[in-house]
Design a protein around this ligand. Structure first.
Ligand code: ZN
Length: 476
């Protein structure tokens, strides 16, 4: 329904309501439509006045919609009015209402009121990440960086992961500001990116660059660059951190993963102990492998091909150079079907060892076990990021080692159909292999240099693609 353009009298609302097909939800539908059309607040107000007159009461759901409209239009005094009404009527609000109130107030000259609300929420629940970030941005916008960082640490302590957006805001609003403490905090964000293997996108990278270059009296200069395969930065000639683990680090990691992840509490939820034992025996009798392949995962690489053809291409491509391959398969691959052709399966089994697990088993555990038991040289192929397993690792030191190992040992595949040469697809190899890199693709510093890998566009967090573009920052 189309909302009216001007405020209406009670009688007019009444006749509109009667002409509506389901009068019992008229107000809800009307307010939704007003939010959608961004109707003048006065019009919505006249509807609420009418509702209050005829029912003596306005339902919570209607107030929320009205609040959303006021927030949308930045009507601060109306937002405060709604808050007063809600506080008297409901005492405690739910998080959606708090989010809206904070969103509305944090963008106004009443932004300190948003901080008061945040305190109020804390008494009854953990504030949402959005609430925190809105308050942080409001504080930074008003150059209250200490306050902003206080809230930031508070949200980290509550295990709320900050968005790239709020991290970028810190760099934007600190531009040109002086202070050792502030600098330490911003370096802290860069270390957070490092520890969590997060890559900023291009505009965030630019904010970082501009912030560095704006620090008074420090002479930082930033350049965008591509790092050579050798790991050397063409701008400053620094050698990036090595991706390989020391013998001791590797042994530590292997023990921890086998203990915490593979034999940990959640191992046998998805696979039976018998099956895993059979797998262990299978692996131990054939060690070591050079590459372990998550067969099912690879089989979904190219939608134009059958699963079997995808896996066949991958195995052929990786079998070059006499690499010893292990393919983790599922039992259903052995039932001759259009997706899984018997002849191709047989040919593959001449080139690689296959282990076929039950159809319900989780491949990750098998993948980790076979790769780690094979030794430091062994790499693995999957598009997954093994994110669930990282959470099982108990301490941050081990998690860091795991990520480092993963960066150096995971081979990712792209389908070349994603490239520009789609017309020549038939004549190109179907998979382009991304080699595991020799240098460690992670935010890093030597004190007077910083190297920050970044992505061209804002991409999903789980993207398996490792960025090849870097920001090099050095102090002259
Ligand atoms: Zn450099």
């Amino acid at each position: 329904i189309q909302p009216p353009e001007k405020p209406l009298q009670s009688e007019e609302w009444n006749s509109l309501r009667e002409s509506f097909s389901s009068p019992e939800i008229f107000e809800e539908v009307m307010l939704n439509s007003m939010v959608k059309c961004n109707s003048p607040v006065d019009v919505a107000k006249s509807l609420l006045t009418h509702v209050a007159k005829s029912h003596g009461d306005i339902a919570y759901s209607l107030l929320i919609k009205y609040l959303a409209l006021c927030v949308q239009q930045g009507k601060t005094s109306e937002i405060l009015d709604v808050y007063d009404i809600m506080k008297i009527r409901f005492k405690i609000l739910e998080s959606g209402a708090y989010n809206l109130l904070i969103r509305g107030l944090s963008n106004s000259d009443q932004w300190r009121m948003a901080l008061t609300l945040l305190e109020e929420i804390k008494k009854i629940m953990i504030p949402s990440r959005t609430s925190y970030e809105l308050c942080i941005k409001a504080a930074s916008r008003h150059q209250e960086m200490n306050l902003a960082f206080e809230l930031y640490h508070e949200m980290l302590d509550k295990n709320l992961a900050p968005t790239l957006d709020v991290m970028q805001a810190f760099f934007d609003f600190s531009r040109g500001m002086k202070g050792a403490e502030l600098q330490k905090e911003l370096f802290g964000i860069l270390f957070y990116l490092r520890d969590n293997q997060i890559y900023p996108h291009k505009t965030f990278m630019q904010s970082i660059k501009l912030w560095f270059e704006s620090i008074p009296g420090e002479n930082w200069r930033g350049h965008q660059t591509n790092i050579k395969d050798s790991g050397k930065c063409p701008v400053c000639n620094h050698q990036l951190e090595d991706s390989s683990l020391t013998e001791e680090e590797y042994n530590n990691l292997r023990e921890r993963i086998i203990r915490d992840v593979i034999h940990g509490t959640d191992t046998f939820r998805k696979t039976s102990p018998q099956e895993f034992e059979a797998f262990q025996t299978f692996v131990e009798n054939r060690l070591p492998f050079d590459i372990v392949i998550d067969g099912l995962n690879v089989s979904h690489m190219q939608l134009r091909q059958t699963q079997c053809e995808n896996l066949f291409n991958a195995v052929n491509c990786l079998a070059k150079g006499n690499a010893r391959l292990l393919v983790l398969g599922r039992k259903h691959m052995l039932t001759n079907s259009s997706n899984w052709r018997k002849d191709l399966m047989k040919e593959m089994q001449d080139k690689a060892d296959f282990f076929f697990a039950e159809n319900i088993s989780e491949d990750d555990t098998f993948l980790l076990y076979a790769t780690l038991r094979s030794g430091k040289h062994c790499k693995f192929v999957t598009r997954d990021f093994l994110r669930d397993h990282k959470a099982c690792l108990s301490d941050s030191g081990t998690r860091h080692l795991f990520r480092k190992w993963q960066r150096g040992h995971q081979i990712a595949f792209y389908s070349s159909a994603e490239g520009k040469h789609i017309n020549f697809l038939m004549f190109l190899p179907l998979f382009i292999q991304q080699p595991a890199l020799r240098y460690d693709c992670v935010v890093q510093t030597t004190g007077d240099t910083w190297h920050i890998p970044y992505k061209n566009i804002f991409e999903e967090k789980y993207s398996y693609q490792i960025p090849r573009k870097w920001l090099c920052i050095q102090q002259k």
